[in-house]
Design a protein around this ligand. Structure first.
Ligand code: UDP
Length: 473
């Protein structure tokens, strides 16, 4: 038997590349060869981790293709979603990704992998895979829950039965009674506009139906009703193999995920070690989200009102958000990381009692895997759906009251609400939240151990692909 070869092609955004690298590490640990295809600027996201793990004989290659940023009116070097200077240019970014098709196919012809794992936002790769008679597996990078909610909203359009965007409706035909309002939906969920970006999402959905199957960074025990709903009711073929981040076991692996961390790991650990168990709040809104200065100020004041110690990853260089005297007043209580935080290292520390998150799926699952209760502040993408999973189904978190889907944090979340949510999770209902969070942490750990549901999912996936090779070639 020849060695199987998987090619991975993630969207060039940290939230997609980080789990893809973990997926590649997982499959090579099973004796499979992996190639990650990306653009020159993003090689650095993968290269260090691959070099660090060389002693484990991990056979992961990286191959690069040009990204035509300037040709699509993007700034030179704009090769990652967080580098797109304004929301108006997102369509140009997707257009540039579609222009990778030709060089991508030349590379696939040369590599001849047995299977292609590509991002949901590269719908054209279904056709590329078909040209070479290989299965395309789609990596969605979100929860089963979010996809079931999105599908129900698109099919039933429940937002049309209410009189305003602030009035709640029940999402039909789901295992739980989930309420949302129109303001929490994206234009793509509503499917009402014939815009260019709308067209991209339409092709994405069509490619889901045409692809060989879908890989989820999730685990069965976390959302069993939604795994069943997605596979049995909606009839999709899928494998759940997460939480992928749990493959990062060494401190070095946890420190350098995605980017070089902006704080020295010893300094960070020293600060965390000086705090008592479950006493601090960790705040981070992922790799793309943008906060207005006024919402940052509300958060700063909310933290101060809550009285808890905190560690806060701040992505902006602009210091205007800092309330006067805030840093001085909180210097004993707070650590501000300007730039990239070693999130896995922080979340795994026993000092962390709550995680204020935007509900990006990676962050949500990393919080769950670390057993940390959450305070949720969604902004865009499917983050409002992930919030509902946390606050209403898993019940291991509380929302701050963010209700408006948009690219930047909406105005209106008030310091009192933030402090109240922190207090519920850290003090008033701490015991219940912590117990539930610990249960999910244990389940996550078991899922990826030998014999666990995700371990079995990965075995089933590899078996399926090796059989495909003999059936179809
Ligand atoms: N991340 C990190 N440090 C940071 C910001 C983000 O390590 O300062 C990682 C985080 O652990 C997660 C990913 O970046 O793995 C963000 O993905 P997520 O889906 O949560 O959010 P997105 O960035 O896609 O909005």
């Amino acid at each position: 038997m020849h060695q199987l070869h998987f090619s991975f092609f993630p969207l060039i955004a940290h939230g997609h590349m980080i789990p893809t690298l973990d997926m590649a590490k997982l499959v090579v640990s099973q004796g499979i060869k992996a190639t990650i295809i990306t653009t020159p600027l993003n090689e650095s996201v993968f290269i260090k981790a691959i070099q660090r793990n060389k002693h484990l004989d991990l056979e992961i290659d990286i191959r690069l293709i040009k990204f035509q940023a300037v040709e699509n009116s993007l700034p030179e070097g704009c090769e990652r979603l967080d580098l797109v200077p304004s929301p108006d240019l997102i369509f140009n970014f997707y257009k540039a990704t579609a222009m990778m098709q030709e060089p991508f196919e030349q590379l696939v012809e040369e590599l001849r992998p047995n299977c292609l794992v590509s991002d949901m936002l590269f719908p054209w790769t279904t056709d590329s895979a078909a040209k070479f008679n290989i299965p395309r597996l789609l990596f969605h990078g979100t929860s089963y829950f979010a996809l079931c909610v999105a599908e129900s909203i698109r099919s039933h359009k429940p937002f049309k039965n209410v009189s305003s965007d602030s009035e709640a409706f029940v999402v039909p035909n789901l295992p739980h009674q989930i309420k949302l309002s129109g303001s929490e939906l994206s234009p793509f969920d509503r499917m009402e506009e014939e815009t260019s970006i709308f067209h991209i999402f339409k092709t994405v959905r069509e490619s889901v139906l045409k692809s060989y199957g879908i890989i989820f960074n999730s685990f069965y025990e976390l959302e069993p009703d939604y795994v069943e709903h997605y596979t049995k009711v909606l009839g999709r073929k899928s494998w759940d193999i997460g939480p992928l981040s749990l493959c990062n076991r060494d401190i070095e692996d946890k420190v350098e995920i995605g980017k070089k961390s902006s704080i020295d790991k010893h300094e960070c650990l020293k600060w965390l070690d000086s705090k008592t168990s479950s006493s601090i709040v960790y705040i981070c809104f992922g790799s793309v989200a943008i906060f207005t200065a006024s919402q940052m100020q509300e958060l700063a004041m909310g933290l101060e009102v809550s009285g808890h110690d905190f560690i806060w990853a701040v992505r902006t260089d602009n210091e205007e958000w800092l309330p006067e005297g805030f840093e001085e007043r909180t210097k004993e209580k707070g650590l501000i990381i300007r730039g990239w935080a070693p999130q896995l290292l922080i979340l795994d520390h026993q000092a962390v009692g709550a995680f204020i998150t935007h509900c990006g799926w990676n962050s949500t699952l990393e919080g769950i895997s670390a057993g940390v209760p959450m305070v949720t502040w969604p902004l865009f993408a499917e983050q409002f759906f992930n919030e509902k999973l946390v606050t209403e189904v898993l019940r291991n978190g509380v929302g701050v009251g963010s209700v408006q889907w948009q690219a930047t944090a909406c105005e209106g979340v008030k310091r009192e609400e933030i402090a109240k949510a922190i207090r519920r999770v850290m003090v008033d209902e701490a015991k219940e939240f912590r117990n539930r969070a610990k249960e999910y942490k244990e389940m996550a750990k078991k899922a990826v151990e030998e014999g666990g549901s995700s371990y079995t999912g990965l075995t089933a996936l590899l078996k399926d692909i090796s059989t495909y090779r003999f059936t179809y070639i």
